[in-house]
Write a protein that binds this ligand. Structure first.
Ligand code: NAP
Length: 251
């Protein structure tokens, strides 16, 4: 293994946007930690594809909404590749429930997956990357959503709220980590054609909605979001810090 290869950890990289970020990093010769929760087969497929394209990858199972699992995942990444350079907090779930149907489980599960995960993974990443702790700095990319400023679809209060929390987390974390050599930025994708839309009528419904709701008249692809994520993660974005970049076709 060459020592100058960048090491990136992408949470929720078995499918959708996270998988595309992992694949694109692999094409660029990075070492990639491919986190997944339940989709082992899909994660292993991403790992194989990264290897075929010339990168190195390892599948890392963990529910990133649980601190103990996040700590184990980081130890596994350390052992496989060494200290990471880039964390992409991408894992997330969509939910569709009315406010009258809120219970302790549905809200907690969504916030664990979408928000707590970012705190837990950033905690472990910063303990390794911070220059004040002897690290070499790095970058964190948080996957928010245009739902944070548009409110999402009906039934999306928990999802929209979780992404609003990520926007604020991103801004505040950037203040904390600027002196540590760690750049922190977020992406706000719009309607992107992935499995996440299954609970709202699937990709076909998202494509229909995009015709009128998106100025560009179409859904985006996971690859289009991945390109933006890797730009934020690299030296091409060396003075971009605390920013939130919409990848939403003008929506
Ligand atoms: P997706 O296709 O449904 O994939 C979600 C990924 O997250 C899967 O790899 C899944 O792993 C993983 N995941 C979910 N909960 C997890 C947990 N607790 N621990 C570890 N991994 C977990 O979704 P996507 O569309 O690619 O979305 C990726 C991110 O982009 C999310 O944060 C989402 O909110 C955001 N986003 C998406 C859109 C869009 O239109 N698609 C728009 C705005 C923002 P398993 O399969 O192993 O369970």
């Amino acid at each position: 293994m060459s020592a100058d290869k960048k090491i990136i950890l992408v949470t929720g990289a078995s499918r959708g946007i996270g998988a595309e970020i992992a694949l694109l990093a692999g094409e660029r010769g990075w070492r990639v930690g491919v986190n997944y929760h339940r989709s082992a087969e899909a994660a292993n497929h991403v790992v194989e594809q990264v290897r075929r394209s010339g990168g190195e990858a390892v599948a890392l199972q963990a529910d990133v909404g649980k601190l103990a699992e996040v700590q184990r995942m980081f130890r596994e990444l350390d052992e496989a590749f060494g200290t990471l350079d880039v964390l992409v907090n991408n894992a997330g779930v969509l939910a569709n429930f009315r406010i009258t149907d809120v219970d302790e489980d549905n809200v907690r599960e969504l916030y664990e997956a979408n928000v707590f995960s970012a705190y837990y993974c950033a905690r472990e990443a910063v303990r390794r990357m911070a220059t004040s702790r002897g690290g070499r700095g790095g970058a964190i990319v948080n996957m928010s959503s245009v739902a944070s400023r548009l409110g999402g679809l009906a039934g999306g209060t928990a999802y929209a709220g979780s992404k609003g929390a990520l926007d604020s987390f991103n801004l505040s974390l950037a203040k904390e980590l600027g002196p540590e050599g760690i750049r922190v930025n977020a992406l706000r994708p719009g309607l992107i054609a992935t499995d996440i839309h299954a609970i709202h009528g699937g990709v076909a419904h998202a494509q229909e909605l995009a015709k009128t709701a998106v100025p560009m008249g179409r859904t985006g692809s996971a690859r289009e979001v991945a390109e933006a994520a890797l730009w934020l993660a690299t030296e091409q974005a060396s003075y971009v810090h605390g920013a939130v970049l919409d990848v939403a076709g003008g929506r």
